[in-house]
Design a binder for this molecule. Structure first.
Ligand SMILES: Cc1ncc(COP(=O)(O)O)c(C=O)c1O
Length: 357
């Protein structure tokens, strides 16, 4: 079947009153943005991406407008980047575990997939030598999420540099999905597209800013690749939505206010999750990122986290079972919903863990 098993599950089974399956920032209301109807246009010159939007994206990440390919969310940015970079039969190296739609897209495009590990025991970091050893003359693309989905861990800058060097030597490209990067705030290093002409970064206004509804995503990449990706996009959406693009420009104009909103939710909720993890060491072990919206704890009991998910459903609470990340003993816990809902969700999780004992 041509689908992403995770995305299908997330659409059909993740929702609940205490939704700890949600990996991103609590969605904004209209009242979170200062906008008037004058900010919105219905139509406009957007054949190659709406120019003021490309300027806003380029400005925030220190790139030129030629480096920007707008797309519908990181989802479409990832697909577009992959569809542009690879041909059927090419080899793609993908981290394991990863965000499953990345794997599904590579598979759909007919790539041969080889995996390199991000292991819990190695604090979810990547061993650049392992990546180097997997590269063959057919390797065209290396795919990484940083911050990592599911663990929230950022790849060490030196590791990323070494992988970028190995890719360049092999004539391969790199795709770094950085959709969780912007909540690192002052801890964030420059986007990885700065590492070289063969490195692409994808992201959107979804996860860090709570603006999924705008579907404002992008690829940051070398201008030549950007041109190829725009031509590829002629086969897909062809052009973006101008009402969405103009609202997104309004969002970029007040990005500091949105960041403050995100920070005000992340900080108290992170404290709750850290306290929860330290109080439940009997049940769980976890590599806790210094900043994140998600964590990926492991059940010490060796149980499959699907049983935990089933039990939590009785309390109208959801998590993402680790099977979607090829790690059945783990589960992904997101915590940037309303603080009171995180508190109740964690209390329910505590109950469910004790019942399973
Ligand atoms: C790593 C990763 N990339 C992309 C996406 C999709 O983001 P968007 O809403 O921007 O399409 C997600 C959503 O969960 C994600 O976790």
């Amino acid at each position: 079947m041509k689908n992403s098993v995770y995305m299908t599950w997330a659409k059909q089974h993740a929702a609940s009153s205490y939704n700890l399956a949600n990996s991103g920032m609590l969605g904004c209301d209209l009242s979170d943005l200062t906008i008037t109807l004058d900010d919105v246009a219905l139509n406009g010159p957007n054949h190659e991406g709406y120019a003021p939007l490309k300027e806003a994206i380029a400005g925030l990440y220190g790139m030129g407008t030629d480096n920007v390919v707008p797309a519908q969310g990181t989802s479409m940015a990832n697909f577009l980047a992959m569809a542009t970079a690879i041909e059927p039969g090419d080899e793609v190296l993908v981290e394991q575990p990863t965000y499953e739609p990345l794997l599904a897209a590579a598979r759909y495009l007919g790539a041969g997939i080889r995996r390199f590990s991000r292991r819990f025991e190695n604090a979810w970091q990547i061993d650049p030598d392992e990546v180097r050893q997997l590269i063959t003359p057919r390797t065209r693309l290396i795919v990484i999420t940083s911050p990592h989905n599911p663990s929230g861990i950022v790849v060490e800058p030196d590791t990323m540099r070494q992988i970028a060097e190995a890719a360049a030597e092999a004539g391969a490209m790199m795709l770094v999905d950085e959709v969780y990067r912007d909540i690192l705030f002052e801890e964030a290093t420059p986007v990885n597209a700065h590492l070289g002409a063969h490195v692409m970064t994808t992201s959107s206004l979804t996860k860090s800013y709570g603006l999924s509804g705008l579907r404002c995503g992008w690829i940051l990449c070398h201008p030549e690749f950007a041109e190829r990706a725009r031509r590829m996009n002629d086969l897909f959406g062809a052009v973006g939505s101008v009402p969405s693009d103009t609202l997104s420009i309004a969002a970029f104009r007040q990005i500091e206010k949105l960041e403050a909103r995100s920070r005000a939710l992340i900080e108290p909720n992170t404290r709750l999750v850290r306290q929860f993890l330290s109080e439940h060491e009997e049940f769980l072990e976890c590599v806790v990122p210094s900043r994140s919206m998600i964590v990926f704890p492991r059940l010490k009991s060796h149980d499959d986290s699907e049983a935990l998910y089933d039990r939590l459903r009785c309390y109208d609470t959801s998590i993402v079972p680790g099977k979607f990340f090829e790690s059945p003993r783990h589960f992904r816990l997101g915590y940037v919903i309303r603080t009171a809902d995180v508190e109740t969700g964690l209390a329910n999780l505590s109950r469910a863990l004790k019942e399973m004992r």
